[in-house]
Design a protein around this ligand. Structure first.
Ligand SMILES: NC(=O)c1ccc[n+]([C@@H]2O[C@H](COP(=O)([O-])OP(=O)(O)OC[C@H]3O[C@@H](n4cnc5c(N)ncnc54)[C@H](O)[C@@H]3O)[C@@H](O)[C@H]2O)c1
Length: 352
């Protein structure tokens, strides 16, 4: 029997099409949609089958990770790396792609670039956590690390939480200059560069640490942390890669994404196994408080979790179809007789 097309094809969203999609939807709207979906998905936490991501370490230079998650309807995974010294090769620290599949058949219905999408979902996750952990009157944030994620963080915190003053610091002045160039012309908030982390964080309501170094770094030390601060710690996301001094963690309320993964990769890898943490879904559902009072220091110890990539892929898939973007990808063979993979080869041979 001749092979004919009987299955839908995989929709592929390239980098160029993701850029077009963000341009059409608007970055702020895109981040807000991912934030909404994240909240929806985190609130149905029990419906997902979860596991810590698998990590293959390139000794001393980085890591490549696979991040799967599923519910009864869908499965997703992301391939992502973390190579802090990639700038030497003219490559980003974080590069990613991922897929969304139907659980009933296993068919991969969507394959997408996720380097841009990861920056969007990380910003959306950060503001979602801060919305239930930071003091509501917060208006200022220090942005420590002005690399690839930083503009997304700033735009999301301004739009979602009304942060209108950002203090900037990076050990690489060119990174801060890049940030200032990229956000020149945006209105509604001030961007103020500083010469050190200690100066940048002084007096701020929030601090986002988003640095990349394969080390037990101490970007924030206890004397820099003021009562009531919310720390959005993004950059410590791997064994042997942290940003907060141990005593900063010890004195704060700590919220994590998925405890089994965060114990391995988060700031809490520095703490004893029984150090108390709360998972984000518990705060979002009201099962646990995000902060106890105005003086408490809170930490969102973020490492990035597969559920966030699922939510982001889900939104990107919906938006791509709505805007008619993406190409059909010849990834899975369409087969009239699903038992005849061999027949696909005969067909190719007969064409020669
Ligand atoms: N939690 C998550 O979900 C998540 C998501 C994406 C990225 N990340 C992590 O966030 C970090 C930043 O990612 P990126 O894509 O922006 O990387 P990037 O390499 O583009 O930027 C990192 C910046 O940190 C700066 N930096 C390094 N050490 C510093 C220090 N001691 N003080 C101040 N600045 C310092 C570097 O100069 C660089 O500009 C990485 O470690 C990455 O693995 C986490």
């Amino acid at each position: 029997m001749a092979q004919s097309q009987v299955m839908a094809q995989t929709l592929f969203l390239s980098v160029a099409e993701m850029r077009e999609l963000v341009a059409r939807v608007g970055l702020g709207t895109f981040i807000a949609k991912v934030q909404q979906r994240l909240e929806h998905d985190y609130k149905r936490w029990e419906e997902f089958e979860k596991s810590p991501r698998t990590a293959n370490h390139a000794h001393g230079v980085g890591v490549i990770e696979l991040m799967p998650v599923s519910n009864h309807e869908e499965f997703s995974f992301k391939y992502v790396n973390g190579h802090p010294y990639n700038f030497k090769h003219q490559m980003p620290t974080v590069m990613a792609f991922g897929a969304l599949s139907d659980m009933e058949t296993g068919f991969p219905k969507f394959l997408s670039e996720m380097t841009i999408l990861t920056a969007i979902r990380t910003a959306a996750t950060s503001v979602l956590a801060a919305s239930v952990m930071a003091r509501p009157e917060s208006r200022s944030m220090a942005m420590i690390g002005n690399g690839a994620q930083s503009e997304f963080q700033i735009l999301a915190f301004h739009a979602a939480l009304g942060i209108n003053r950002f203090h900037l610091y990076d050990i690489d002045p060119a990174a801060t200059e890049k940030l200032l160039r990229n956000l020149a012309g945006t209105t509604g908030f001030e961007l103020v560069p500083f010469g050190s982390t200690a100066e940048a964080v002084r007096g701020c309501d929030l601090v986002t640490t988003c640095t990349a170094d394969k080390a037990y770094a101490t970007i924030l030390t206890p004397e820099m942390v003021e009562p009531g601060m919310h720390l959005n710690a993004i950059g410590g996301d791997c064994p042997g890669k942290t940003e907060l001094h141990r005593d900063v963690v010890a004195r704060a309320r700590v919220v994590v994404e998925f405890e089994p993964q965060s114990r391995i990769e988060g700031e809490i890898q520095q703490m004893p196994a029984d150090f108390a943490v709360t998972e984000l879904w518990q705060v979002l559902t009201g099962a646990a408080p995000g902060r106890a009072g105005a003086e408490e220091v809170t930490i969102f110890d973020s490492v990035g979790f597969g559920l966030e990539d699922y939510s982001a892929l889900w939104v990107a898939y919906e938006l791509a179809r709505e805007h008619g973007l993406g190409q059909s990808l010849d990834l899975i063979p369409p087969m009239a007789d699903p038992k005849d993979v061999f027949g696909l080869l005969s067909l190719a041979a007969s064409r020669r």
